[in-house]
Design a protein around this ligand. Structure first.
Ligand SMILES: [Fe+2]
Ligand SMILES: [Fe+2]
Length: 193
């Protein structure tokens, strides 16, 4: 995969990669009979990640602006950010071990798209580790060094926003590559459930 197609650099999927998207544009996805339970669950997970990403970085901005008390922030934030990080990791592992191989096998034209998505996962892992580091620093500040909260909160917000930016682009492109194939072939024919 070329550098220009990496998650940090691309602004859109290259021509031809989402080869079934013109036939199955987003506005037909909701009502299509081949949108089965797997697609439903998978798209819901993606929306959950989008929602968590915004809520967690917004919460850091509120803490940085002193619109929320540190203890209340901490109680709300810690279980959610841990859940968010853990679920991203699990979601990517399941895609890489189960679904990407099944989808790549279904059509030779999917291989390049799957390779791009796997590269995205590596980039998102790096963004997640950086966000995790800034979140740990904020946690330490709240627990033991309250004078550091003012500097740690915006850094954690920036880390989460960077993760959310990369993740958001990946989720959109992943859906544009995979949902049209599912609508074209059906979940049972692709062996996904
Ligand atoms: Fe993914
Ligand atoms: Fe995904």
């Amino acid at each position: 995969m070329t550098e220009s197609l990496s998650l940090e650099n691309r602004t859109a999927l290259p021509d031809g990669l989402a080869f079934l998207l013109p036939e199955y544009p987003r506005d037909v996805w909701d009502a299509h009979p081949n949108r089965g339970p797997w697609s439903e669950f998978w798209l819901q997970r993606h929306d959950m990640f989008r929602g968590f990403s915004v809520a967690l970085s917004d919460a850091c901005a509120r803490l940085a602006d002193r619109n929320i008390e540190a203890k209340a922030f901490h109680q709300w934030f810690v279980p959610r950010v841990n859940f968010f990080f853990g679920e991203i990791d699990t979601h990517h592992k399941v895609e890489e071990y189960h679904y990407f191989p099944a989808l790549a096998k279904a059509d030779a034209k999917m291989a390049r798209g799957i390779e791009l998505l796997e590269g995205d996962h590596r980039t998102i892992h790096d963004l997640l580790m950086a966000a995790h580091g800034s979140v740990v620093a904020l946690d330490t500040a709240i627990r033991a060094k309250p004078e550091d909260i003012a500097s740690a909160a915006p850094l954690a917000g920036d880390g989460l926003a960077a993760l959310g930016g990369g993740l958001g682009c990946h989720l959109n492109d992943e859906e544009d590559l995979i949902i049209p194939l599912i609508l074209d072939r059906s979940e049972p024919a692709l062996g996904i459930r």
